[in-house]
Write a protein that binds this ligand. Structure first.
Ligand SMILES: Cc1ncc(COP(=O)(O)O)c(C=O)c1O
Length: 441
């Protein structure tokens, strides 16, 4: 039995893989990865896969990146972990200071995965209103087709049926506002006009329900799990105005889009000068450590922080996770920010994005809604193959490419280290993959 096959057999025996009907692995084999280098992943027998989805949108600067590895190793020799209740350490202080300067939101509360950041933001918003004498503000709103994670609180504001419906009896009620997803605009209606129309619908709802609303949570500019739905930044500006007018918090979930994915360091910066012009809370995770270690953070305003600052313990935010503010993860995050500081990452990405944009326009394939925000490029493939997503994923692997289509949407969200030959491979392998999986076999 080969090394690959042995690992696969043992994995299927004992590992329950995420977001997976395990029986499907009878037909679609697992991919046993042994190492990564730059934009590439390699299996135990040396076959390479270009990681066009940054390993579920976490990896920023490529696999095996020296600067981030070194930072983690240096920190490992000092302190691997200490609880953050009652204790502090240099990496978490430095990271909080930097994130505060970058976002304009001065207080950082840490978690581990993205969903834990969503939970923190929802609880904090609700608790803020309670501490401020408005305990009736208990409800949340989000966009149609939104995705904010899959723990029960996060699932309450997520609107993806396949993840949510089964658990409906367990979760909080929330309301979903029309999504400004430009694909839904009417013929002849501009992206901006459509976004404004959706903002009007938001205002109608908020005007009626604001007394019970704690917060509106939103994925700024790109709704990832909705199939990289993109929308005009004017929607964020209008949402901010509406939230101000009716005293509702705005939670920017930049777990997927933060750290340069949409072309600016944070997506909210395309709607306001700083994140704090748009959001009362920002949730960050995924790319924050360059894709090296789990870390999430919620940053918020002085006003929110002060509402918890009191002699009574119960007015404090008594939420915790064991690995909150882990020093190794914080050191990886600091090294990631350092990479943004030491070179013109966003400028370089513009060139890469332009190349991808030009190439995708030249594809001789039946594509619709070709769209791009920064380093996220997406399009719909016109196909009558009901199994398109699964077959496209499998075909891509055969071509040495990791793609994870969402229904008929194929997207690229690659690490920022793509070089000329990588881009060439990405373009050719994607085209061959789509041609193979477009028609039913
Ligand atoms: C916008 C957004 N929010 C929250 C999450 C949940 O993050 P995690 O999977 O780390 O819990 C994701 C994950 O894809 C996401 O895209």
């Amino acid at each position: 039995m080969s090394a690959n096959q042995d690992l696969l057999r043992r994995s299927l025996h004992h590992v329950w893989h995420p977001c997976t009907q395990m029986k499907h692995h009878e037909r679609t084999p697992l991919v046993p990865i042994a190492r990564g280098e730059g934009a590439w992943l390699f299996d135990t027998e040396g076959k390479g896969y270009l990681d066009a989805v940054s390993s579920w949108w976490v990896n920023l600067f490529g696999h095996n990146r020296q600067e981030i590895k070194n930072a983690i190793k240096t920190q490992l020799d000092q302190l691997e972990h200490v609880m953050l209740a009652g204790f502090t350490h240099a990496p978490v202080v430095e990271l909080s200071e930097k994130l505060s300067a970058l976002t304009g939101l001065g207080h950082a509360f840490y978690g581990s995965d993205g969903a834990s950041a969503t939970e923190i933001a929802l609880k904090m918003s609700f608790h803020y209103w309670r501490n401020s004498g408005q305990p009736q503000k208990t409800r949340f709103i989000s966009l149609q087709n939104s995705y904010h994670g899959e723990t029960l609180g996060a699932l309450s504001v997520t609107d993806v049926a396949i993840f949510k419906d089964t658990y409906a009896p367990l979760i909080l009620q929330s309301a979903q506002m029309p999504s400004p997803d430009s694909r839904l605009a009417e013929a002849g209606e501009s992206e901006e006009a459509f976004a404004l129309r959706c903002a009007q619908a938001l205002e109608v709802y908020v005007a009626e329900h604001h007394a019970e609303l704690a917060a509106f949570i939103i994925e700024p500019l790109v709704q990832g799990a909705a199939g990289m739905a993109m929308y005009h930044p004017v929607y964020l500006r209008r949402a901010r105005e509406i939230c101000d007018r009716y005293h509702v918090h705005l939670i920017a979930d930049e777990i997927a889009v933060g750290f340069g994915r949409t072309g600016t360091l944070f997506a909210c910066e395309q709607a306001g000068e700083k994140v704090s012009d748009i959001a009362d809370f920002i949730c960050l995770s995924k790319g924050i450590t360059g894709g090296y270690l789990p870390l999430s953070v919620v940053l918020t305003t002085d006003q929110v922080y002060q509402a918890f600052y009191h002699d009574q313990a119960v007015r404090g935010f008594l939420h915790s996770h064991s690995y909150t503010g882990n020093p190794l993860a914080c050191s990886a995050a600091l090294a990631t920010l350092q990479l943004f500081e030491s070179s013109d990452v966003l400028g370089d990405n513009q060139e890469t994005a332009q190349q991808l944009w030009t190439a995708v326009q030249a594809y001789d394939l039946p594509l619709r809604h070709i769209r791009q925000r920064g380093m996220i490029t997406a399009f719909e493939v016109e196909t009558n193959n009901p199994q398109f997503a699964r077959e496209c994923y499998a075909a891509a692997l055969r071509h040495g490419l990791l793609l994870r289509p969402i229904a008929n949407t194929v997207y690229w969200m690659p690490p920022y280290c793509l070089q000329g030959a990588d881009i060439e491979h990405l373009l050719q392998a994607t085209q061959a993959t789509i041609l193979e999986s477009m028609t039913c076999v």
